[in-house]
Design a binder for this molecule. Sequence first.
Ligand code: 7PJ
Length: 264
Amino acid sequence: MAVMNITPDSFSDGGSLYHDQVDLDLVFAHAERCLSEGATILDVGGESTRPGAKPVSEAEELARVIPVIEGLAARFDAVISVDTSTPQVMIEAARAGARLMNDVRALQREGALAAALETGLPVCLMHMQGTPQTMQHRPDYDDPVMEVFQWLMHRIDVCLDAGFSADQLLIDPGFGFGKTLEHNIALFQHLDRFVQTGYPVLVGVSRKSMIGEITGRPVEQRATASAVAAAIAASHGAAILRVHDVSETRDAMAVMQALTQGMQ
Ligand code: 7PJ
């Protein structure tokens, strides 16, 4: 899953596809490159969720992502996912051609559960402690793995009760969303636990501060380390890797698979 941030302010690539407004030619060129490098999903997001990011209005989010989704759907044979928590964006994104909902708030926003259900699409439920504005102030858990796990299972139950089928749901521990490095590492070490539920697990660690803390590198130099982390996540059974650096991730995956399972 390749990250397509249609925002002026995302931490890793803010503004690269967006200058005052969406630059569709740049978006399509970026998508083409990601797909040629081996991505199969394009994750389109119009709201930055970096720590302390400014909230965007529904109108602004729609204006950012809907033309992009329509254009991508018309041009590419790829699964388009929409990284949103906003009910109206879910509905209109599905109409525009999105095939997966990716909600970092796990459908907790008012109306989001009903909107996602109405689309009939699969949904990725992600765990976050706090809000993007506050989440890194003082993340606090007694047992991060148990608490994140139980929270996700609770959200799964809420979705099943609302009428989703089990095969529509994916889960994501939400690396970096209200977690210290220690919490992120504990979750990573216990990914199997999430995988064993049978729900496909999405992992997003690409260029995040946990990678920066481990390597000491600034965000523009985290591609290699992010690819290694993604490959390790895959080796623990992650089904979808959300990444910025598709080519590096593909190489890391190829080496890991060849050296652990032999050339296929
Ligand atoms: C994630 C995401 C993630 C899922 C972002 C960033 C921040 N969606 N959206 N999982 N992260 N499912 O790219 O670092 O980890 S936005």
